[in-house]
Design a protein around this ligand. Structure first.
Ligand SMILES: O=C(CO)COP(=O)(O)O
Length: 250
């Protein structure tokens, strides 16, 4: 399994700041070929970052998209607009989209289907809230989110990646322990194996939620942790680079 180490910059960095980051980061990872590296900047920086990443191995991602190719959808971004900028990955169903903007499983499913149609690889985010964890329903929540996100496309799960991001671990500095992560990742691996009838060999199950240069090695050493989706720590090229190098050590 080729790991994927992905940066989700969320609503951070202007165009100038994004370009400055990439110029610093590119030479740092020039000789790293063993893992896939992806960066998802803000929509306004996609075009400039796309040019910067030309002729590098670093992949470009978007943080969201709408599922329709054009039309009267004020404020939305379509898959053809992303394709034009060489976007290869799209983060879908992030908990901030679900909880702040009210995205439901049904909409996430439409977006997954659309991304696959346009050849953009979805990274589908799932994860429980603190309340759900305390109620002991973490695995039920993750199962529902996965079954609904991939409804109608189970045989194509291998064309997607999944990020397990417990909501209580995002931006809190309180990451899941390696045991907590492994338990859910193992559950997801078994579930997608069943759903896709064994077609999931290329699906990476990423962990996200307060990943940093100090906890990355412990987390990635777990059998079913196939990479990371990093928020805060990815905003600093040195920290993001360290997370990548730790994932080369396992
Ligand atoms: O939401 C995340 C990545 O998508 C994780 O964010 P943090 O790394 O800031 O906790």
């Amino acid at each position: 399994m080729r790991y994927l180490i992905a940066a989700n910059w969320k609503m951070n960095k202007t165009v100038a700041e994004s370009v400055e980051y990439i110029e610093k980061f590119k030479p740092m990872v020039e000789d790293i070929h063993q893992v896939d590296i992806m960066i998802a900047p803000s929509f306004t920086a996609l075009s400039s970052v796309s040019l910067e990443l030309n002729n590098t191995k670093i992949k470009l991602g978007a943080q969201n998209m709408y599922h329709v190719d054009r039309g009267a959808f004020t404020g939305e971004i379509s898959p053809i607009m992303l394709k034009e900028l060489n976007v290869e990955y799209v983060i879908l169903g992030h908990s901030e989209r679900r909880h702040i903007f009210g995205e439901k499983d049904e909409l996430i499913n439409k977006k997954v289907i659309s991304a696959l149609e346009y050849g953009i690889r979805p990274i589908v985010c799932v994860g429980e809230t603190l309340e759900e964890r305390e109620l002991g329903i973490t695995l039920n929540v993750v199962e529902r989110q996965i079954k609904m996100a991939f409804a109608g496309v189970y045989p194509d799960i291998g064309l997607c990646d999944i990020a397990y991001e417990p909501v209580w671990a995002i931006g809190t500095g309180k990451n899941a322990t390696k045991e907590q992560a492994q338990e859910v990742h193992h559950f997801i691996r078994t579930l997608i194996n069943e759903l896709s009838k064994g077609n999931d060999e290329t699906t990476r199950i990423l962990y996200g939620g307060s990943v940093n240069e100090n906890n990355a090695k412990d987390l990635i050493s777990q059998k079913n942790v196939d990479g990371f989706l990093v928020g805060t720590a990815s905003l600093d090229p040195e920290k993001f680079y360290k997370i990548i190098t730790h994932s080369l050590e396992v």
